[in-house]
Design a protein around this ligand. Structure first.
Ligand code: BES
Ligand code: ZN
Length: 981
């Protein structure tokens, strides 16, 4: 997932999403981010007597449900043990590696158990579901009454089911007798149960009844408990759900596949003083006859939908409400007493709904939509139809205490999840192979929506820095994967919520949108949504609709981007023929270790646009490169005019210009005639070519110096991120201080220009830029910045002059980076006092900057303490690893020493992948790749397998880069300081 927000490379201000954070620049993490969440603790041990029949059980929440099962009536007998979280298919990492170029063979792909989708002899039409959670004992009781169709006579029903115990099951054929199941065969590994019946269930309509029990777990998946503190300071729990991708089966037995859609009638039995929400509006609320303090809340029937989009929440919340111009009731639910903090998201949501209605030309189909902040939440947000769940930091904005990057992040996340209400919920992918359609599309259109609501954010330039370049970096690895990938088992599904599905998906849709043009693109989207509404679709279905609308060869072009991994490097050279400029353009696969040189080089259908210095914002010529090379003639180009390929940085490729072409275009950086997005793109391409060994890193440093007068926030942010990567790499050398000096020199003029205090008339981007620059200068040890940061921090901590929200991250980072145990103590005190999760996260992310080894250990212990919500542990450890060479080693040791707890805490979900990436990606010594590989051979993390491979590849690439360029970089950094002779 683009899961978190900004753990920007250096800047406390760059807003990225969760998955974006995951792929943040190695080594430069000490900065910001907007991940948040909560931490739940050991389950409490309750002691009540298990009473057969009635659903009052007691249990320690750590006691297996099978204990409950044992105490229950034994009719019928389970044929196998119900699932407790089980170890899934193990990884077999077998191949060895010896060079960067063999990184693709670091590990063999593991042997997977054959995966089979559910049989279709019996499928659901409607789920009548009653759930009664117990917020004290952390259990729930459930009753399912599903209307099903039997398409072929059978004496068994196979469904998904995990971590729940079935007590009774029976089947009634319409107008027939009830048949009790005689056994339940749990296939724990496959997360399935087979209900066995003594006679054949005949073809036709019927009703399947199942009584079951489960645990409100503390793993942030399925039906789980989320801990919060009441305004009076009491610890309480809410019961909430997170079903995507494959965890609805942990809340009720179901056909948990996206293509098996049905309607849902949900009833929740809850304490009468709690808020109970689900996908639809409440249609009935009445006392629960057996227990006077409970009520029975019944929700309207949902449209036909996939199980992963079902949701319910039971807890204490306040809300703010509004009506969108198209008549939908929008509510934002917040923790009690914090309704004000929901106002910003409410405004965004009420603007966004009509925007999408207009864009898709399809109305939002439900009567209401709720957006709710959940304390313990693994992802950034989840698009459950009509009840969207968020981390607190992805939804709540306090006008005084939230920074500009948080506002931007909330706008993007709201824009993203609301887009899914159409693209994903109304039309759903046929199988997880097409997940990218959901996530790539939403990750693209969230920018369109934010650009509509907040044009002053210049959000598309930020897209290039946050998503596009991130996707290029990941996709250049031998261990990348195609956008469309065969997946079966849940761990394989979890694995593809990554930057390829999100950021590459969004980038190729942006390229496609540009290729087709907005009008035909919208026409095609509308046709697609209307044709497949309330159904499922695949990537091909979308191409067909877009092809029809545009008359262009969409499938042929797009298949080359979605079915094969990687992307091309476009090599360009030019000659002047009279008044014509003749370009020779060719493509090769770009690899992080250099261009592909083999015979079987893949190729792409590449839409290429070209502009000239005559009008750098206007495309002069467009070609579709559908072969390895071509010649393009641009008429009427003056000999002294430069040529730029890919204006707007829309095409998903890197560019290698001939030296002469590059020389001619570089002045466009200094005189700002190149567009900001192209200045950014050019610099980013050069940086990536340097890492791949195709040009010298010294050349890139020289280009970076040309940015000294750069005014644009996003351009600085990208540059800063790359310098963070380089600084991290050079932390392995004895001239790390020299690159700090380079950074200080580069950022000083802009720092002086901006100053510390905002000036009248400044806007969003100025606030982001100031935070970025001061943070960068402070971290790099710029004396004046450090002194001022210390002064302001002291006043802030003493409560004399509270820092503005936008200055907190850079100041915290600066004082910690150059701080001691007193600084850390003060920071931890501020953390404890903070009421807003945004502030806690702000602090958590920079704590790792503290340099002293004993204090680093304190920070690492803090990461696993009660003070940090479980989903945020990852960014504390990541902050340590990204801060220094010592931090990286200490964090890696800490992860190894605490592996069991960490793995258990995240149940091998995507947070474990993120943790691994943040911890080890910055190493730059060959033997560390071997060490990482060896550790994960004996400590399996199935959903992180590919991440481990990618990290090992990155470590080898870093090591190769260092070997190749370190001496030259050192020499350059020394000579630029030497007085001219
Ligand atoms: N559908 C995802 C939530 C999700 C992510 C579920 C991973 C299961 C596994 C949601 O739409 C999403 O993409 N959320 C993002 C935030 C978004 C703004 C990119 C996230 O959680 O990072
Ligand atoms: Zn999404």
């Amino acid at each position: 997932m683009r899961f978190l927000e900004p753990l920007s490379c250096v800047a406390p201000s760059m807003a990225q999403t969760a998955h974006r954070q995951y792929f943040s620049c190695p080594g430069s993490i000490t900065s910001v981010g907007c991940l948040r969440c909560v931490r739940h603790r050991e389950g409490r041990v309750a002691t009540r007597t298990i009473s057969n029949g009635c659903m009052l059980f007691s249990m320690s929440c750590r006691v297996s449900l099978s204990l409950i099962r044992l105490a229950l009536p034994r009719n019928p007998t389970p044929l196998s043990k119900p699932a407790s979280p089980t170890l899934r298919a193990s990884i077999h990492i077998i191949r060895s590696f010896n060079s960067v170029h063999s990184a693709s063979t670091l590990f063999s792909m593991p042997e997977r158990r054959p995966f089979v989708r559910l049989p279709t002899e019996v499928f659901p039409v409607n789920y009548g579901l009653r759930l009664k959670p117990d917020l004290i004992d952390f259990t729930f009781e459930g009753k399912l009454e599903a209307a099903v169709e039997v398409t072929q006579g059978t004496n068994q029903i196979v469904m998904n089911c995990a971590d729940i115990d079935i007590i009774t099951a029976s089947f009634v054929l319409e107008g027939g007798e009830e048949i009790n199941a005689t056994g339940f065969n749990y296939q724990n590994e496959d997360e399935k149960v087979t209900l066995c019946f003594p006679s054949t269930l005949q073809k036709g309509s019927g009703s399947l009844k199942i009584d079951f029990v489960g645990e409100l777990n503390d793993k942030m998946k399925g039906f789980y408990r989320s801990k919060y503190t009441s305004p009076s300071g009491e610890i309480r729990y809410a019961a909430v759900t997170q079903f995507e991708a494959t965890d609805a089966r942990r809340a009720f037995p179901c056909w948990d596949e996206p293509a098996i859609k049905a309607t849902f009638d949900i009833t929740l039995i809850v304490p009468k003083d709690r808020v109970a929400l689900s996908n639809m509006n409440v249609i009935d609320r009445k006392p629960y006859p057996e227990e006077p303090n409970l009520v029975e809340v019944k929700f309207a029937t949902t449209p036909i939908m996939s199980t992963y989009l079902v949701a319910f929440v039971i807890g204490e919340y306040d809300f703010v409400e509004s009506q969108s111009s198209d008549g939908v009731t929008v509510r934002v639910y917040t923790p009690v007493g914090k309704a004000e903090q929901g106002k910003f998201a409410l405004e965004v949501a009420t603007k966004t709904l009509p925007f999408y209605k207009d864009y898709f030309n399809v109305p939002y189909p439900l009567p209401k939509i709720d957006l709710i902040a959940i304390a313990d939440f693994a992802a950034g947000a989840m698009e459950n139809w009509g009840l969207v769940t968020y981390r607190e930091t992805a939804l709540l904005i306090d006008p005084k205490n939230s920074c500009a990057s948080s506002r931007q992040w909330v706008a993007l996340v709201v824009g993203h999840e609301l887009a899914h209400q159409w693209f994903g919920n109304l039309v759903t992918m046929e199988w997880w192979t097409h997940l990218w359609l959901n996530e790539g599309f939403a990750s693209w259109i969230e920018y369109l929506c934010v650009d509509h609501c907040f044009p002053e954010y210049d959000i598309w330039t930020q897209f290039v820095s946050a998503d596009y370049t991130r996707a290029l970096d990941l996709d250049a690895l031998d261990n990348s994967h195609p956008i469309e990938v065969d997946v079966g088992h849940p761990s394989e599904v979890d694995e593809i919520f990554d930057a390829i599905s999100y950021s590459k998906g969004a980038s190729v849709i942006r390229m496609l949108h540009n290729y087709i043009g907005d009008e035909d693109f919208r026409k095609g989207m509308n046709a697609y949504l209307l044709k497949f509404q309330h159904k499922n679709a695949s990537t091909e279905d979308l191409w067909e609709c877009l092809e029809q609308a545009s008359g262009k060869p969409i499938a042929a072009v797009m298949n080359s981007w979605t079915k094969q991994m990687g992307f091309p490097i476009i090599v360009v050279d030019q000659e002047q023929h009279g008044s014509d400029r003749v370009l020779k353009i060719s493509q090769k696969k770009f690899c992080a270790s250099g261009p592909h040189n083999g015979e079987d080089c893949p190729s792409w259908m590449v839409p290429i646009s070209i502009c000239t210095s005559e009008d750098p914002s206007c495309t002069k010529i467009k070609v579709l490169l559908d072969q390895p090379e071509t010649t393009v003639i641009i008429p009427n180009v003056e000999p002294d005019h430069w040529i730029k390929i890919n204006p707007g940085t829309v095409g998903f490729y890197r560019i290698q210009y001939s030296s002469a072409m590059l020389e001619s275009v570089l002045p466009g950086i200094r005189d700002l005639t190149l567009l900001p997005v192209d200045r950014l793109g050019l610099q980013n391409d050069l940086f990536s070519l340097a890492r791949a060994g195709m040009i010298s890193t010294v050349e890139v440093l020289k280009v970076m110096e040309a940015f000294v007068n750069e005014p644009n926030y996003t351009v600085w942010s990208d540059l800063s991120c790359n310098l963070g990567v380089l600084s991290s790499l050079l932390s392995h050398t004895d001239f790390h201080e020299d690159i700090q000096e380079f950074i200080r020199d580069l950022f000083t003029p802009i720092g002086l220009k901006l100053g510390w205090d905002s000036k009248p008339g400044e806007g969003h981007l100025d606030a982001l830029l100031r935070g970025l620059v001061l943070g960068k200068l402070g971290k790099a040890g710029h004396k004046a910045t450090l002194e001022e940061a210390r002064r302001r921090f002291k006043e802030h901590a003493e409560g004399k002059q509270i820092l503005s929200a936008d200055l907190r991250s850079p100041v915290y980072l600066t004082v910690l980076k150059h701080g001691d145990s007193t600084t850390l103590d003060t920071m931890l005190k501020l953390h404890k006092q903070a009421d807003m999760q945004e502030e806690k996260n702000r602090i958590e992310r920079v704590l790792g900057a503290i340099p002293a080894p004993d204090l680093i250990q304190r920070v690492l212990s803090f990461a696993l303490s009660e003070e940090v919500r479980p989903q945020d542990t990852v960014s504390v450890i990541g902050g340590v690893a990204g801060s220094s060479k010592h931090g990286r080693k200490a964090a890696w040791k800490f992860v190894r020493d605490n592996w069991e707890e960490l793995h258990n805490r995240y149940q091998g979900g995507f947070l474990i992948s993120r943790l691994i990436k943040l911890t080890v990606d910055g190493f730059a010594i060959d033997k560390m790749a071997a060490e990482v590989k060896s550790f994960f051979e004996s400590h399996h993390a199935p959903a992180a397998e590919r991440t481990v491979q990618q990290c090992c590849e990155n470590i080898l690439l870093n090591a190769a880069w260092l070997k190749k360029d370190a001496d030259d970089i050192h020499h350059y950094l020394l000579q630029r300081k030497a007085p001219p002779v």
